[in-house]
Design a protein around this ligand. Structure first.
Ligand code: INI
Length: 157
């Protein structure tokens, strides 16, 4: 049987010099969010991205509205939301993480724009620190890479 060559439709990490990215950073738990921001900026810079703007909002609940306005403005190829929600310190934890995640995916689908959810949701400060540049990597950096992959993929669809 003849083997068929299946073309790979996938995103790439080169050719991102003109890619425009916006970070949306929450000020809540900013001492950790700041590390996500550095991780994302470093990763974007090392992939050649030259246009990055950062917008600040009070907390995770405000991120979707900012994302919606930015998406409607059409100035960016992808948005990266950054925040930290810690269960122990947040009585309305489930509301905050549910609303922010729902809001972000709704913006992505409505505008056909990659909106990366880099909002950490953890049981403790320690777990958040682990995901912000220590033993469990850096969620901001991960989202930056995923954003570039999606921007590149969407250009091919
Ligand atoms: N916002 C966060 O980003 N992280 C949290 O842990 C958090 N806690 O703990 O409540 C949080 N709440 C604020 C919320 O996002 C809004 O800014 C606030 O409720 C005003 O709408």
């Amino acid at each position: 049987r003849k083997k068929r060559n299946i073309p790979k439709r996938e995103g790439h990490f080169n050719g991102h010099e003109a890619t425009r990215i916006a970070l949306i950073s929450s000020r809540f738990n900013y001492f950790i969010v700041h590390k996500l921001e550095s991780g994302a900026l470093d990763m974007l810079r090392r992939h050649g991205v030259q246009q990055v703007d950062i917008y600040y909002v009070p907390g995770a609940l405000e991120v979707p509205l900012c994302a919606a306005k930015l998406a409607a403005g059409g100035k960016y190829d992808a948005l990266i939301a950054l925040g930290v929600v810690i269960r122990g310190a947040t009585p309305h934890f489930d509301v905050v993480i549910g609303e922010s995640a729902k809001g972000l995916s709704s913006v992505a689908l409505q505008h056909g724009l990659p909106v990366l959810n880099g909002i950490l949701t953890t049981n403790s400060i320690e777990q958040a620190v682990e995901r912000a540049g220590t033993k469990a990597g850096n969620k901001g950096a991960d989202c930056a890479v995923a954003a570039l992959e999606m921007v590149s993929l969407l250009r091919k669809l």
